[in-house]
Design a protein around this ligand. Structure first.
Ligand code: PEP
Ligand code: MN
Length: 338
């Protein structure tokens, strides 16, 4: 971090500031210029908040040299991380993982029939929401614990590991017992209490991007989970809010190469929530695979018009099968498998 002090800062204040930074565990290299005094802070500056430092009356400018995340940072961990979800390996050029299933778990038999269909099409992980973060309190809120038990039973019957969204730390024990990949939804990306809680468990976590979050905020959310002891984090881009209204959200595919440059963690793409329209799901998914995604998560329903949530963006199994076939060809074209 490079700190420029205001012109004519009294020597006593310069010394005080240097002492303060040293007390934070960094070394201070002083440069006495003709007009400005400059500090070069060397060491781990992740504990210094740039905005707090900038608020000091004697400080003119603050420039970070190093990003504020360490554990997720590619610089300190050059190899790609592979996250193992019950034998399905995600990241580091492994097979592109396909997760699929209904938006919400609606019934055990319905779930199992979709699970068998997506497995037959090539999916290796079953998705299904039991706790649903709905915009309206009058919309279907999910089956809760019963939905979690249905997922566990679908997993027992099909052999597919399961991914589901956790909304509250109170439900942690159910997820530890029955869910293979714990999803943090877009709306909870900055629920720091929840991030800390999933940081303390021994299960992989899929962290969706908040719909209005910057990439750096998203990486810092991953850092929360990792700093609490859980290194198995997967990013999931699901579209961000922009001025555009014709799609539900705006898919940001550039984050795939970007996150891979900045971090060592796998990146999964959710074309369903990003587009909000089943007709757009396949082309966006193919683009994601071409851009290097480590996985896809796709909503599939056998009767989308009767789905309890997100029917408009859900693919029927036959459309999902066509998507997987094309995505496999794209994966091979870019040196991957699927
Ligand atoms: C979901 O996966 O069903 C979901 C609610 O996703 P998001 O958090 O991305 O909106
Ligand atoms: Mn959904």
């Amino acid at each position: 971090m490079i700190i420029t002090l205001k012109p004519n800062t009294p020597q006593i204040e310069i010394d005080r500031l240097a002492e303060y930074f040293e007390s934070k565990g960094v070394r201070v290299h002083r440069i006495h210029g003709e007009n400005f005094d400059v500090f070069g802070l060397v060491g781990d500056t992740t504990r210094l908040d740039e905005r707090d430092v900038r608020s000091n009356v004697w400080i003119e400018n603050v420039q970070r040299v190093q990003v504020p995340y360490r554990l997720a940072n590619r610089m300190f961990h050059p190899e790609d991380t592979v996250v193992d979800v019950e034998g399905v390996k995600i990241g580091a050029g492994q097979k592109v993982a396909v997760m699929a299933g209904p938006c919400s778990v609606e019934s055990l038999e319905g779930l199992c029939s979709i699970a068998r269909a997506v497995k037959d099409c090539g999916a290796s992980i079953l998705r299904g929401g039991a706790y649903k973060p709905r915009t309206s309190p009058y919309s279907f809120q999910g089956l809760g614990y019963e939905g979690i038990l249905d997922l566990a039973e679908a997993r027992r019957r099909t052999g597919l590991p399961v991914v589901s969204e956790i909304m509250s730390e109170r439900n942690l024990d159910e997820f530890i017992e029955y869910i293979d990949l714990v999803q943090i939804g877009a709306r909870n990306m900055q629920n720091f209490q929840l991030l800390k809680a999933v940081g303390r468990i021994n299960k992989p976590v899929m962290l969706k991007r908040g719909m209005s979050s910057t990439v750096e905020e998203w990486i810092m959310a991953a850092e929360y989970i990792m700093a609490n002891g859980n290194p198995n984090v997967i990013f999931c881009e699901r579209g961000i809010r922009t001025f555009e209204k014709m799609t539900r959200f705006t898919m940001d595919l550039a984050v795939i190469p970007l996150l891979k440059e900045k971090t060592h963690l796998p990146v999964v793409i959710d074309p369903s929530h990003a587009s909000g329209d089943w007709k757009l799901v396949e082309p966006v998914a193919l683009g994601a695979v071409a851009a290097g995604a480590d996985g896809l998560i796709i909503e599939v329903h056998d009767r989308p018009d009767q789905a309890f949530s997100d029917g408009a963006q859900s693919l029927k199994p036959e459309k999902f099968r066509a998507l997987v076939t094309k995505a496999r060809a794209v994966a091979r074209a870019v040196g991957r498998d699927l």
